[in-house]
Design a protein around this ligand. Structure first.
Ligand SMILES: Cc1ncc(COP(=O)(O)O)c(C=O)c1O
Length: 394
């Protein structure tokens, strides 16, 4: 048996040890972190809906009406009106026949993949997909072909090699650590050509990109055509939980076979009611999405003026690439000292040697705060020797 202490020591030696930081108050553009006020640039509360009054009130009212918890899984006694109402709303929002709630995005991805692929089949997964997709592939007991990031030739080759055993192609819509968008039109074409389904994880796309925040699938004009769309409620929609949109029959199969749906307590009614309120705001204030993307573009430009490039990002996820774990955490701590909270991201979240400071813009950031944050990160990067040049005029 490996000693707990030794395992922790090993993580420390490799610069991979993580610890929890304490945020006081809601996820606003500024938070108090471990007792100090800092600019928040690593929250997924992209539209600021987690702390909007209407969303909080909807959660409070639902808790008063329905109770704090749902008491059981949906198939036992936990299926309540707030779940049903939100599912109807989400299906209409995404342009699908049916939607099904899951406890979280992690549970949705792992449960859906394991339910839709099995022994003897092959799942095709982008190498930069989220860990919940990786774990879903493992749970499915299908063979997994990991294709190089966004590499359609590599995927095509794998599909040919699978000779009809390919059952599912799965990809993040917006990649969670890089902020680039998957080539969905071509992926769907390959899925059709090889008789496989396409599943897109819209965790960082729902509410953040596409027409009215309908995600990368809608942005590509593929609503209703991509077989399975997974979205989360805990990021731009400011609540907690996740959903899957698909044809009614496929959703029925998930109700009957996705273990993370069947064997887990239904989401608290307050979380579903809060997400429904967030969706209502998104529908009446689609300009929030434009504000978010304008802020993201400003953050990228301001970082570039500091000599820091955000790679292929075209969205609100804006990584500052560093490389090694120790240098990344040094930059993270120094930026924090200057007043910017952006998390250093290390393996296993990203591949070895590609550690980064992952910055995220929110619609609620003031423009001057984003420029100031980029300048503080730029100064920190110069101090740790990551960039040499003085900043250009933004
Ligand atoms: C791409 C992606 N998919 C799924 C998840 C999991 O969603 P949740 O936080 O709701 O479990 C996340 C983030 O946490 C994510 O970044």
């Amino acid at each position: 048996m490996t000693e707990v202490h030794e395992r922790l020591e090993e993580l420390r030696d490799r610069g991979l040890y993580r610890h929890l930081r304490l945020v006081e108050g809601p996820q606003g553009p500024t938070v108090t972190l471990d007792g100090r006020p800092v600019l928040l640039l690593c929250s997924n509360n992209y539209l600021g809906l987690a702390d909007r009054a209407e969303v909080r009130e909807a959660a409070a009212e639902a808790a008063l009406q329905w109770g704090a918890g749902s008491g059981a899984s949906r198939l036992i006694s936990g299926n309540m009106e707030p779940h049903r109402a939100l599912e109807r709303r989400l299906a209409a929002f995404e342009g699908y026949e049916s939607a099904l709630l899951f406890g979280s995005g992690y549970l949705a991805n792992s449960g859906v993949i394991a339910a839709l692929a099995g022994r003897g089949e092959v799942v095709f997964s982008d190498e930069l997909n989220h860990a919940s997709i990786v774990d879903g592939c493992r749970l499915s007991r299908a063979e997994t072909f990991v294709y190089r990031h966004g590499d359609l030739e590599h995927l095509s080759w794998g599909l040919r090699k699978a000779r009809g055993r390919g059952s599912l192609i799965v990809t993040d819509g917006v990649f969670s650590m890089d902020g680039d968008v998957a080539p969905l039109t071509q992926l769907l074409e390959l899925a059709h050509r090889h008789g496989a389904r396409l599943m897109v994880d819209e965790a960082h796309a729902t509410g953040a990109v596409g027409p009215g925040g309908r995600g990368s699938v809608a942005a590509a004009g593929l609503s209703g055509e991509v077989d399975i769309v997974v979205g989360t409620l805990g990021k731009a929609l400011g609540s907690y939980g996740a959903y899957v949109c698909a044809a009614a029959e496929l959703v029925d199969l998930l109700v009957n076979s996705a273990r993370s749906f069947i064997f887990s307590t239904a989401p608290p009614p307050s979380a579903s009611a809060a997400a429904a309120a967030a969706l209502a705001i998104l529908e009446t204030e689609p300009e929030l999405v434009d504000k978010l993307q304008a802020n993201a573009a400003l953050l990228r430009r301001s970082l570039a003026a500091e000599g820091l490039e955000a790679g292929p990002s075209t969205t609100q996820v804006v990584p500052v690439h560093v490389g090694e774990a120790e240098a990344t955490m040094e930059l993270c701590e120094l930026a924090l000292e200057k007043g910017v909270f952006a998390q250093g991201i290390r393996p296993p979240t990203v591949p070895d040697g590609s550690c980064r400071l992952r910055m995220t813009a929110m619609a609620t950031h003031r423009r001057e705060d984003l420029v100031a944050a980029a300048h503080m990160v730029g100064t920190a990067a110069r101090e740790v020797g990551l960039v040499r040049a003085e900043p250009l005029a933004a």
